[in-house]
Design a protein around this ligand. Structure first.
Ligand code: FPP
Ligand code: MG
Ligand code: MG
Length: 379
């Protein structure tokens, strides 16, 4: 796909911005409550994949040399205002307006750059994602994340939930500070979509009302759920990044199409790895989906070959032996994992087709190369 076939290391392109991200998020999460600080910063103490902020930053660079719609605001004036009740609770980390004004975007050889607002967006997106993980680990009663004991295990459910709420609130303050109504709407919608996806997941199948046929097949329902819980945030963050860059509707739409397809592929691969990786490799419990009663793509494909899986899916693998003796065994015997991989590959191809319509740049090559590696990732 690249004219010169050179391998682009995304970290060379946006490494500095990614490195700064962790410090900046710590600042955005500063409060006068030491324990709240500890819990809300906890998941940032281990290295995540940072896939969402990476995409925001690369999309910013890749679209920065595309046709522009309007001039963009360059500075991200910033200060968290918390009025302390007692001087004891003084928020010691109030700052950053000056810090960000000093930030000058680096311009690559091809003239690509990242605006301070897009850099902030990367932080906001990672905070929304991490907030959802804090809540998700409570809902799933999960015991590990990023190779650490999960926050709910370490600090209890109440604190994990509150830290997630706090993170979401601080992400919202930062979002408002971007002063861009379209971007606020996009990101607010992703938060709603995360909850909708989680709700859809609580029910595996869509039943028709009053004996009518269901609105969609079980597989369509699964894909819709995957869009809501995963692809929406990735797609709308890529779009928001392009919006902040002042790009045309056509370019922002391409960024969205890229993110949507990459996001769907990401979730399909995640659901495949739940069957094929060990918990140590993955840094979080694997084999978890069946135990949680969830029928993901590998099971839904296996069901086409082994109709006897139907009643198990219906009862959410709740009877003794359902998970290990029947469902898992049939998935391994079937072509389910192969078919899941093929579907992920087709979404990767659609993402690449969209990215190819950006002007050529190292950032575009990086977006394409990380898409190509998505299907073979092992963590
Ligand atoms: C991970 O899924 C979880 C999500 C992608 C979203 C979870 C969303 C919520 C809990 C809604 C609340 C949202 C906010 C913003 C506070 P998973 O359980 O399949 O993956 P895992 O294996 O990483 O746990
Ligand atoms: Mg989970
Ligand atoms: Mg979950």
């Amino acid at each position: 796909y690249d004219q010169d076939q050179k391998i682009i290391d995304p970290i060379k392109l946006v490494g500095r911005d990614l490195r700064d991200m962790r410090d900046n998020i710590a600042t955005l999460l500063g409060s006068g409550h030491p324990l709240l600080n500890t819990v809300s910063k906890y998941y940032f103490s281990a290295e995540g994949k940072n896939i969402r902020p990476l995409l925001v930053l690369l999309a910013a660079q890749a679209t920065s040399i595309a046709p522009k719609q309007y001039l963009v605001s360059f500075s991200d004036e910033y200060e968290i205002i918390d009025t302390p009740i007692s001087p004891m609770l003084q928020n010691t980390t109030t700052r950053t307006a000056h810090h960000d004004a000093l930030y000058t975007p680096s311009v690559t050889k091809q003239g690509c750059m990242i605006l301070p607002t897009q850099r902030r967006l990367a932080e906001i997106v990672e905070m929304i994602h991490t907030a959802s993980l804090l809540h998700d680990d409570v809902i799933d009663a999960s015991e590990a994340r990023r190779g650490l004991p999960s926050a709910n295990v370490n600090f209890g459910n109440k604190m994990a939930i509150l830290a997630g709420d706090f993170m979401l609130a601080r992400a919202s303050v930062s979002l408002a500070r971007l002063r861009n109504a379209e971007v606020i709407e996009l990101l607010a919608t992703t938060i709603a979509n995360l909850v909708e996806g989680e709700f859809m997941q609580l029910k595996n199948t869509q039943k028709g009302k009053n004996g009518e046929a269901p609105r969609m097949t079980t597989f369509e329902y699964y894909m819709e759920k995957s869009y809501m819980k995963t692809a929406s945030l990735i797609a709308k963050s890529c779009r928001a990044s392009a919006v902040l860059g002042g790009n045309t509707k056509e370019v922002t739409e391409l960024a969205y199409t890229y993110g949507r397809n990459l996001g769907l592929a990401f979730q399909l691969v995640d659901d495949m790895l739940d069957f094929t990786l060990s918990s140590t490799q993955f840094g979080k419990p694997t084999g978890a989906d069946l135990t949680l009663g969830l029928a993901t793509a590998p099971v839904l494909y296996a069901w086409e070959e082994f109709p006897e899986l139907g009643p198990l899916i219906e009862r959410k693998f709740s009877q003794p032996g359902d998970v290990e003796k029947v469902a898992r065994a049939l998935v391994y015997q079937s072509n389910g994992l192969k078919q899941t991989r093929a579907l992920a590959e087709s979404h990767c191809q659609a993402a690449i087709d969209a990215a190819m319509q950006f002007p050529p740049s190292d950032a575009r090559s990086a977006l394409i190369q990380l898409t190509e590696k998505m299907v073979t990732r092992q963590k």
